[in-house]
Every structure is written in C-alpha cells, then in structure tokens.
Design a protein around this ligand. Structure first.
Ligand SMILES: [Zn+2]
Length: 182
C-alpha cells in the first residue's frame, strides 16, 4: 500500500499517521478543557470481550450505567472519553467535576476492572495522545474516520459555555512538537 502524503496543506487524517493523531489529540483536548470540569483522571478499563462487537456492547452498557448514575446530581457533569487499544484495554480520560475518585470507582469499578490516576490539565493532550497514537491502535483498524470504531465518549450534561470559566489564554498552546514515547 502506498502511504498517503500528509502535508500541512492537506492532512491525510489516517489513524496510522502520527502527525494527524497528535493533531486529533489536540482537538479533543481543547474541547475537553473548554467544556468539561476537572479534576481529570487517566483511566484504564478492562472489558470481557475486547473485539469490536464486545466494545459495542460495552458502549451500550456504559451509557446505560452512566444514565442510571445521573439520577444523582453529582454524576451529571461526569465526562468520560475512552479509546479501545490494540491490547484490548480501554484507555482514556475521565472528568470528575463534583465526584471524588472513590465515587467513580464505586459507580463503575465494580463492573469493569479499572485503574485511575490523577493528571494535570496541562498533561491532558499527551495523555489523550498516549491512548490513541498509531502504535497502540488495534492493528486491523485502517482508513479515515477510524476512531469511530475505537472511541467511546460521554459528555457532561451541562458543559461550560465557550470560554465562560476558562479563558482561551489559560489553555495550553498546541503548537509544541509531538512528544516521543518509547
Ligand atoms: Zn496525516
């Protein structure tokens, strides 16, 4: 297969392209930082069946679970963004808003094996990128728009309006070079 050229004038948007993955992480992170309330936690979930079918079932189960938990107001601004990686685990970020880490654990950890780690907002882009960079994506995943098959996200019910509490100048700048992960 001939690799598609990726230039600044015309991005390839392939999930196998490190440059485009880094840009995607930047776009996702900007949206999260503008609308979701921290603290932010890096999250890893293990699901019974990590195939595409199993992931689809998980998405439905998790949506139902969060909808149920949202009967309690403290869960309403919880946000979750996960990617299905090549090793079968789901990795991503949770925005806890009014919840404590123990509440999240109690609400979700009993159903799925789960690890959480507090992260700083300025590290969010790097954390997102670690979860969806080409090297960790499922090997069968190819082509454009591929993240649809690997991404799960539930946004907070009441997202902050654009820049209401976070001014743009507070957001990290996204033009720094891509980090190297070994
Ligand atoms: Zn590209």
């Amino acid at each position: 297969m001939t690799p598609i050229q990726c230039r600044s004038a015309r991005r390839c948007n392939q999930i196998t392209c490190a440059t485009c993955a880094w840009r995607h992480a930047g776009q996702v992170t900007r949206k999260v930082l503008e609308g979701w309330d921290g603290p932010f936690y890096a999250t890893t979930l293990t699901i019974r069946d990590p195939t595409l079918d199993g992931f689809r079932s998980f998405r439905m189960e998790m949506r139902n679970r969060i909808a149920y938990l949202r009967k309690s107001p403290v869960w309403r601004n919880f946000g979750l963004l996960l990617y299905r990686t090549g090793d079968g685990t789901l990795r991503g970020t949770a925005a806890l808003s009014g919840l404590g880490a123990a509440d999240m654990w109690e609400g979700l950890g009993g159903r799925w094996a789960m690890t959480v780690r507090l992260i700083l907002p300025e590290d969010l882009r790097f954390e997102v990128w670690r979860c969806m960079r080409p090297a960790v994506m499922p090997p069968t995943l190819t082509g454009r728009g591929g993240y649809q098959a690997v991404r799960f996200s539930v946004s907070p019910q009441h997202q902050r309006s654009h820049g209401s509490t976070t001014s743009r100048s507070c957001l990290p700048q996204f033009d720094e070079p891509m980090p190297v992960v070994i």
